[in-house]
Design a protein around this ligand. Structure first.
Ligand SMILES: [Zn+2]
Ligand SMILES: [Zn+2]
Length: 199
């Protein structure tokens, strides 16, 4: 008898085009499921940032109240779990906008450490310490935005953000062409507008 599962497994192993197609399909269905669970959780926990009231539901995030986000990453499975255990969700998670989330996760930055020094230098090169779109100015939630929007590829190429920042620190003219400063919220909105996603 024709074994469909086996057939698909073999095809997945041997046919690279099929593999790409299959991966895309899985991603698409994950995105859809994630959206459903997120909506359910937001309905229960609130549709606005619980710190500042920001209300763009598309980019709102869930924050672990006791900061154990590293141990309990909100994968699709975890989102599903919380959407089915709403009381537990209520004592574990709050809704935050990306800006408040960045600040909540990293309240104290080591300004003398290499990462922050590198960041500060690049802000200086760009002559900009506030978000270009909304003028948000909390350093903890400011990001360098690739004007042309290939940030994810570049981060991959440099294997991490700091290496990339160092590269551009050494090339100020190039940095000025490539980057502007956006807050986490505006950056996330821009990514959505341009359909930029991590691959
Ligand atoms: Zn907020
Ligand atoms: Zn902004």
């Amino acid at each position: 008898m024709f074994d469909r599962t086996k057939y698909l497994q073999e095809r997945y192993r041997n046919d690279s085009k099929f593999r790409e197609y299959f991966k895309k399909l899985v991603l698409k269905s994950e995105k859809k499921r994630r959206g459903i669970y997120r909506k359910k959780l937001q309905e229960h926990l609130g549709n606005i940032c619980s710190k500042c009231g920001f209300s763009n539901t598309e980019i709102l995030e869930f924050h672990h109240i006791n900061n154990n986000g590293k141990k309990d990453r909100l994968s699709v499975t975890r989102l599903k779990y919380y959407s089915e255990h709403l009381e537990e969700a209520k004592i574990s998670l709050i809704v935050l906008c990306p800006n408040c989330h960045s600040i909540e996760t990293n309240p104290f930055l080591d300004m003398d450490g290499i990462v922050q020094k590198t960041r500060q230098r690049l802000f200086g090169i760009l002559g900009r310490f506030i978000c270009e779109r909304c003028e948000f100015s909390d350093f903890r939630a400011l990001q360098f935005d690739h004007i042309k929007g290939h940030g994810f590829e570049e981060k991959k190429k440099f294997k991490g953000g700091t290496k990339m920042l160092k590269y551009y620190n050494a090339r100020p003219d190039l940095a000025k062409i490539h980057f502007t400063v956006l807050c986490s919220n505006c950056n996330r909105i821009k990514q959505r507008e341009n359909n930029e996603f991590r691959s």
